[in-house]
Design a protein around this ligand. Structure first.
Ligand code: ADP
Ligand code: ASP
Ligand code: MG
Length: 405
């Protein structure tokens, strides 16, 4: 079999752990498999590198940031290749441009366009373990790019798709995908199988165990993703098509995002085209909005509320003041940060009534104020004060009895 294994930051966080990873890769190879390993930077390293850049300037150029941030993975591929040699194995390290993981030029959030399988296949045909740097790629002009935080997951699943690997094992610091972040909810339960659809929602709503793009790739190319621990041999969680996920559970998981902010434009004109006027300059500045709610008020006046990442709030306010003066005055722009979005996710919601009611009852019991609500077919999200996020996650986990199998 051809197996792609990905080891995250904690799993390669020390030289001893890198040695442990080398042993695991060799054990798989000795079972007769061809092994491709993708590694992240050592834990904390990417933050450290980005922090160095921030010391030079508050708004670093993103092309240069990628040059800097990508070096974390360069170190780990070298160290892991050495560790495999030290164990008597044979391995070669490959950086993004050496494989040729071709991406677009959206620095810091590049998307993979194509992966050339030849260099990896050549290494495998030589009996070597191919050790590939996660998180990084190269654009058509030869610039180094990175895939966004947590991007090594996406490198791994994309490489598995390109090589038509038999499976993609994502090794991390927990035993698999849980009903909630096990570091927040002590009673969280590991699930054996989860559907791509649910995993996509959980990943996009804050469960960082898999980067969302990796799940998209997995779903599109049918990659068998197995999330498991690098510290033991326990069976982890398989991410599978919905029809293969055990039963259509009502709620598969609870999750929360942090660092959200909201803006309300109060009493603006209700005229057609007003929303486009507001959102156009924000989009042009690359600011993405999340929940958008417009409520009719009276006399042709309306309130338009939207959420965005708290880090984008100062820029967004500035743009609204400068470029939307014909829509709203400074007094009409009311903003608030320190918010969190807590969500429940499950395909079973499609066919069950009363799930939203239950969510509101649980939050009400904890006296948690709900700022905004947004729903899709398989999720319900509530924007709340960030200081209650963990309480809300625990209460919802309890309320929906997710700890019970
Ligand atoms: P890695 O460095 O291996 O990529 P990450 O830190 O990116 O690891 O992701 C693993 C972490 O994701 C866990 O330590 C856990 O705290 C967090 N997490 C959040 N939600 C979940 C969940 N539903 N199931 C499992 N882990 C989760
Ligand atoms: N090292 C990168 C990060 O910290 C990529 C990853 O770990 O997946 O975001
Ligand atoms: Mg990660």
């Amino acid at each position: 079999m051809l197996i792609v294994q990905k080891y995250g930051g904690t799993s390669v966080g020390t030289v001893d752990r890198i040695r442990n990873v080398a042993k695991r890769c060799l054990a798989s190879q000795r079972k007769g498999h061809k092994v491709v390993v993708i590694v992240s930077a050592m834990s904390g390293e990417t933050n450290r590198l980005l922090g160095l850049a921030k010391q030079i300037t508050e708004l670093p150029d993103e092309r240069e940031l990628d040059v800097i941030a990508s070096t974390g993975e360069q170190v780990t591929v070298g160290l892991l290749a050495l560790a495999i040699h030290a164990e008597g194995g044979s391995a070669v390290s490959l950086l993004g441009h050496q494989v040729r993981i071709l991406t677009d030029s959206a620095f810091a959030r590049a998307r993979i366009q194509d992966i050339d399988a030849r260099a990896i296949n050549a290494a495998l045909d030589d009996g070597k373990i191919a050790v590939v740097a996660g998180f990084q790629g190269v654009d058509k002009d030869g610039n180094i790019t990175t895939l966004g935080r947590g991007g090594s997951d996406t490198s791994a699943v994309a490489v598995a798709a390109a090589l038509k690997a038999d499976s993609c094992e994502i090794y991390t610091d927990v035993d698999g995908v849980y009903t909630a972040d096990p570091n927040v909810v002590a009673t969280a339960r590991k699930v054996d199988r989860i559907s791509y659809e649910e995993m996509l929602e959980l990943a996009s709503l804050g469960a960082k165990v898999l980067q969302i793009r990796s799940v998209e790739f997995g779903m599109k190319y049918g990659v068998r993703i197995h999330v498991r621990s690098s510290f033991n041999d326990n069976e982890g969680t398989w991410v599978v098509p919905e029809e293969k996920a055990m039963e259509a559970v009502l709620v598969a998981g609870v999750t929360a995002t942090k660092d959200e902010a909201k803006v309300t434009l109060q009493g603006i004109s209700d005229a057609p085209g007003i929303q486009a006027k507001v959102f156009k300059p924000l989009a042009a500045a690359g600011i993405s909005l999340d929940v958008i709610v417009q409520a009719y008020v009276q006399n042709g006046r309306t309130n338009l509320t939207f959420t965005l990442s708290a880090s984008d709030l100062p820029r967004a306010r500035d743009i609204l003041l400068k470029q939307c003066a014909d829509v709203c005055t400074a007094e009409q722009i009311v903003s608030e940060s320190g918010l969190s979005k807590v969500s429940i996710v499950g395909v079973g919601m499609r066919s069950h009534a009363g799930v939203a009611l239950k969510m509101f009852e649980v939050l009400a019991k904890e006296n948690i104020h709900v700022h905004l609500i947004s729903t899709s077919e398989i999720k319900i999200s509530c924007v709340i004060d960030a200081k209650y996020a963990e309480l809300a996650v625990r209460a919802l986990h309890d309320g929906f009895e997710l700890g019970k199998s």
